[in-house]
Design a protein around this ligand. Structure first.
Ligand code: SF4
Ligand code: SF4
Length: 300
């Protein structure tokens, strides 16, 4: 079985317990305004163009087998409707102005990568984390790797936005030691406005995981002016306090580090006017959620 990944990060200490290897799967059903990995949203391999690096040699236009690339006022731009994602233009570009994002791998390839780090896992209490994108957007591929990790007694974490069919969660839940579950906004319409989908399925899946006794840590990205208001904090606190497992909560301050990535990739950044919350504000929000009897931490 194969899947599409766009990165592997080793020695991570923010994606679950201990030292971890994080595998980033491509594809996400959400389109959050503050997404830090905009290159992960498409489920397919794709070529990103960085006009600021382009030296105008035209090699990409010449090599493209489907004639998708043309010189425009924005440089050598590919027509997304014609591009097949073959990667030839990235291969010949002498200036690294075109970069292939995503590669097809099979389960054995990934297991080999994971097994290189087993010593670190054993010494630190770590393991492997599947992130993205949304790892559950490739449920068959994810399930196979998780099962193989369980057979090798490798600790597994799945970092999810929660928006996936229930059957996908049912399939992987027995092989996951910890879910890092993103909870963004409690109002369904505001959620839809900022992420492109309603939150009903997300909340339902979180309730189901909690009912199963799955170990879950809630991660809330604190986006000033979007979800850091009293109404959302109260609704969040009430919902989480009503779950049987009363999960731990981790508040993640918004930071603007993705801005440069959007600029490089030529993608409009919709959070341009937002500034990160102060430490004092993060403490206030943490204290507010703690009033619901929840264990709350801040930072990634
Ligand atoms: S990825 Fe392939 S099809 Fe797409 S623009 Fe580049 S060369 Fe053309
Ligand atoms: S091959 Fe690279 S440097 Fe040459 S025109 Fe295409 S993007 Fe620019």
């Amino acid at each position: 079985m194969t899947g599409v990944i766009f990165d592997i990060k080793r020695y991570s200490i923010h994606d679950g317990p201990g030292i971890r290897t994080t595998i980033f799967l491509k594809g996400c059903p959400l389109s959050c305004w503050w997404c830090h990995n905009p290159e992960s949203q498409s489920a397919f391999s794709e070529v990103i163009y960085r006009p600021d690096r382009c030296i105008g040699c035209g090699a990409c236009e010449a090599v493209c087998p489907v004639g998708a690339i043309a010189l425009t006022q924005r440089g050598y731009v590919a027509d997304p409707d014609r591009c097949t994602g073959c990667g030839e233009c990235a291969r010949v570009c002498p200036a690294e102005a075109r970069e292939m994002i995503g590669r097809v791998v099979n389960v054995e390839d990934i297991l080999k990568e994971i097994e290189k780090d087993v010593l670190f896992f054993d010494e630190s209490g770590g393991g492997v984390t599947f992130s993205g994108g949304e790892p559950l957007s490739q449920p068959g591929f994810l399930g196979e790797i998780l099962k193989a990790c369980r057979e090798r007694d490798i600790h597994t974490v799945v970092d999810t936005c929660g928006f996936a069919p229930r059957e996908a969660f049912e399939k992987i839940e027995p092989f996951v030691r910890l879910f890092l579950f993103d909870l963004k906004i409690m109002d369904p319409e505001i959620h839809r406005n900022f992420t492109s989908v309603s939150n009903e399925l997300i909340l339902s899946n979180l309730q189901w995981l909690s009912d199963q006794g799955a170990k879950v840590i809630i991660r809330i990205p604190v986006i000033p002016g979007v979800n850091d208001n009293e109404e959302n904090m109260e609704a969040t606190g009430k919902f989480l306090a009503g779950l049987p497992s009363r999960p731990e909560v981790n508040l993640l301050p918004y930071h603007a580090s993705a801005r440069e990535k959007y600029r490089r990739f030529g993608i409009p950044y919709r959070m341009a006017d937002i500034s990160p919350s102060s430490g004092e504000r993060m403490k206030e929000l943490s204290d507010r959620l703690a009033q619901f009897g929840l264990a709350v931490s801040t930072g990634g």
